[in-house]
Write a protein that binds this ligand. Structure first.
Ligand SMILES: NC(=O)c1ccc[n+]([C@@H]2O[C@H](COP(=O)([O-])OP(=O)(O)OC[C@H]3O[C@@H](n4cnc5c(N)ncnc54)[C@H](OP(=O)(O)O)[C@@H]3O)[C@@H](O)[C@H]2O)c1
Length: 239
């Protein structure tokens, strides 16, 4: 029986991934702030579940709580998924939303990734998955902190991948970059190719199974990713 921990499991992509992983036999550690939602998900899962309240915007406490959750799961977790995230359209660059985005997506993510990396390195194998975004690929005028925070995440995951490769440890690191997924996080005014959280989670599960380094979700978002990378700035300013 394998053990997984999902940070940001109370809704959306994290919730659907928890259900898929449980269906494939994983015991699941569910972490986020909304404990009633976590308990509800736990009730629907037939493998063993472990619920832990974690607020990643309080990184010191969050790191301690994640270590406790790992201990609850027999100190043996194969797979960590960090799906927690926040984001705001913030054209006026108000400090509140910018600061919250950095606290959750940068500091909070790093705190969770550090504890996961420490555990995986000590056990000598496993997998770390981060749910970044296609927004990581280019600065975003409506939500600059969100795009920048996701670029940080993707780059950090790449750093960890290089670290484990250098150590010659069979620990894979997967950077998931979704386009639009139909959850509370999809806040853009003009949305297209919006995937259901179930479909997104299914494709993420396939990427986990194949131990991919990076994946766009859904798959056709690789076309948009290519465009985002090649379009010149002057054209982006006009769109
Ligand atoms: N939906 C999209 O279109 C889209 C596109 C690209 C990338 N993503 C990324 O996908 C990830 C999952 O988002 P989603 O679409 O599934 O939206 P969601 O349903 O809003 O899920 C966000 C998750 O993050 C958790 N979270 C937020 N703040 C937290 C905090 N301070 N501490 C702990 N957990 C926290 C939430 O749990 P609590 O509120 O219970 O704490 C929730 O479980 C995010 O990282 C997001 O940036 C989403």
């Amino acid at each position: 029986m394998q053990n997984t921990i999902i940070v940001g499991a109370s809704s959306g992509i994290g919730k659907e991934l928890a259900k898929i992983l449980a269906r494939h036999g994983y015991n699941v550690g569910l972490a986020a702030r909304r404990v009633e939602l976590l308990q509800e998900i736990a009730r629907d899962i037939h493998t063993k579940t472990f619920v832990k309240v974690i607020d990643v915007s309080q990184p010191i406490e969050a790191m301690q709580s994640l270590r406790e959750l790992i201990a609850d799961m027999n100190n043996d977790v194969d797979l960590f998924v960090i799906s927690s995230g926040t984001g705001f359209n913030n054209p006026k660059l108000e400090w509140g939303p910018e600061s919250e985005t950095i606290a959750v997506n940068v500091s909070g993510f790093t705190a969770m990734a550090n504890v996961a990396a420490e555990h995986l390195q000590a056990r000598g194998s496993g997998q770390l998955v981060g749910i970044s975004s296609i927004a990581a690929l280019r600065g975003n005028r409506e939500a600059p902190a969100y795009g920048a925070s996701k670029a940080f995440m993707s780059n950090y995951l790449q750093g960890l991948r290089h670290k484990f490769a250098k150590l010659r440890l069979p620990i894979s690191v997967t950077d998931v970059q979704p386009g639009f997924v139909d959850t509370a996080m999809a806040k853009a005014e003009h949305k297209f190719w919006v995937a259901s959280p179930e479909k997104a989670a299914k494709q993420i599960f396939e990427a986990i199974r194949k131990r991919k380094k990076q994946v766009y979700v859904t798959r056709r978002w690789r076309i948009i990713a290519w465009l985002i990378k090649v379009l010149p700035d002057w054209l982006v300013h006009r769109i």
